[in-house]
Design a protein around this ligand. Structure first.
Ligand code: EPZ
Length: 432
């Protein structure tokens, strides 16, 4: 397995470019199944999760071609409705195949996604939504089976205990665009990735009103045609690098920033006293943690502060003098980064679904273990800002969601090496 060795102490300095959004690209690639005509999808980040989605589309019968590192062409003339366990188990987002299969084939058999380290991730709302569209849904032998032969437009409330659901909304939208009648989705997720999906579907001939809001109105059409769509840039990647710069005391220009999508982060920055130079789709950040004020943060559905930036915010606050409280409202147990940050000297206590962070003078490099995508990102920015050397294990997590992170950071003169775990000194191998 690959590991990162990072020698801390070099701030993020220079210019970095944000890639396409993984969480927009995954459902959009799935949506190409809604038409037999070719779809060309551009600005797709080159990531392992994307390659896995391409493999899933091929398994379902689509012809998938990679035109260049960031462009995919999908032509789904013929499809089978079965998404197998071997592939689905590797990526929870595979569940977003349910909607397109239902829309196109009136039938789906998608393996039930497995557990997840960030906490329980049920799909009850996806199922509730499809049932509202008059689909018969059953769970058998580890598969979600949908019979949509009687599907019809309806009123769907996409809410549960934890609020709206992003992928659940994507599934119902993708089913409804080819469903006879009108579907109203209330409490729809309004994340930019959902708007990108809806815009892509409209470019294929779908009729969707209310894009960007919590009430989507979809008039089913008989068929959709091919399209040429470019994925929005990744707000979480942008936020990660901005926080990395603030934490390491850098002077970083982040290009391709979807500014309108990271308002909640910019608001936290403003409260913390960070001066930003805002440009056209780019932000320059020039600060250091010692100048910042601690801020409290609560994760919420968009436009609130994203759960996918919570771990990085925890990292940043470990070096800000004073007390900050970070409360996780989407995945209440998503704090696997905390014990690893503690290994680096952070002063953090967990109380229920909150992390209470007392800023320390400095972090010290340590061998740490990445547990999921965003926790790994938090460890990378902590390692860059720490004194001494860190070894981050299980970096396959970070490579699922950050395109070329190793090269992008190396181009900023960060001392980062991507090595085999066999290269780790024997003295620290047994420590994590
Ligand atoms: C998406 O996951 C993202 N994944 C996640 O990104 C992100 O953390 C999450 O949205 C929240 O923003 C993709 O887009 C591929 P949800 P999703 O359904 O759609 C509860 C990353 O690091 N819920 O919006 O699966 C659920 O437990 C990640 O890139 C139900 O109760 O998330 C959670 O508390 C990981 N029943 C809340 O809703 C359901 O049927 C939001 O989950 C579905 C969800």
């Amino acid at each position: 397995m690959k590991v990162f060795r990072i020698e801390g102490g070099t701030p993020l300095q220079g210019t970095i470019e944000v890639s396409g959004a993984k969480n927009a690209a995954l459902p959009i690639l799935a949506a190409t199944l809604l038409t037999p005509e070719p779809c060309v999808i551009r600005n797709v980040p080159n990531l392992s999760d994307i390659r896995l989605m391409a493999e899933l589309l091929e398994t379902l019968g689509a012809n998938v071609e990679r035109l260049d590192a960031n462009t995919w062409k999908v032509e789904a003339k013929k499809l089978t409705p079965v998404a197998p366990y071997e592939l689905v188990k590797q990526m929870r987002a595979s569940i977003c195949l349910l909607g397109p299969l239902v829309g196109r084939l009136r039938k789906a058999q998608v393996s039930f996604p497995g557990g997840c380290v960030i906490g329980p991730r049920p799909i009850d709302l996806h199922i509730k939504g499809l049932r509202k569209l008059n689909c018969e849904v059953s769970i058998e032998a580890g598969f979600v089976n949908v019979d949509a032969s009687e599907i019809e437009g309806s009123d769907v409330f996409m809410g549960g205990r934890m609020g709206s659901t992003v992928t659940g909304t994507a599934n119902v939208v993708m089913a409804a665009v080819l469903t006879p009648g009108i579907t109203h989705i209330e409490n729809a997720a309004a994340e930019p990735e959902i708007s990108d999906l809806c815009n892509m579907l409209v470019s294929m001939g779908a009729k969707i009103e209310g894009i960007g809001g919590h009430h989507l109105i979809i008039e089913g059409v008989k068929k959709l045609h091919g399209t040429n769509h470019s994925i929005i840039s990744d707000r979480i990647e942008a936020g990660t690098y901005l926080m990395g710069a603030a934490m390491s005391g850098g002077d970083l220009t982040v290009k391709n920033v979807p500014c309108a999508y990271i308002r909640a982060l910019l608001d936290r920055f403003e409260d913390s006293g960070i001066d930003l130079e805002m440009g056209q789709n780019q932000i320059r950040i020039n600060t250091e943690p010692k100048k910042l004020r601690p801020v409290d943060t609560i994760t919420l559905p968009f436009p609130g502060f994203p759960t996918d930036l919570q771990a990085q915010m925890c990292s940043l606050m470990t070096l800000v003098d004073g007390l900050s409280i970070i409360t996780e409202r989407i995945y209440p147990n998503r704090f696997m980064h905390v014990p690893e940050l503690q290994r680096m000297g952070a002063d953090i206590a967990i109380e229920g679904n909150s992390a209470i962070i007392k800023g320390v003078e400095s972090l010290s490099g340590a061998p740490v273990m990445a547990s999921d995508l965003r926790a790994s990102a938090a460890l990378v920015i902590a390692a860059i800002s720490a004194k001494g050397e860190s070894w981050i294990q299980r970096i396959y997590h970070i490579e699922r969601g950050y395109e070329r992170i190793h090269q992008k950071l190396a181009e900023l003169n960060i001392k980062i090496d991507r090595l085999d775990d066999s290269d780790m000194p024997a003295s620290i191998k047994g420590l994590v």
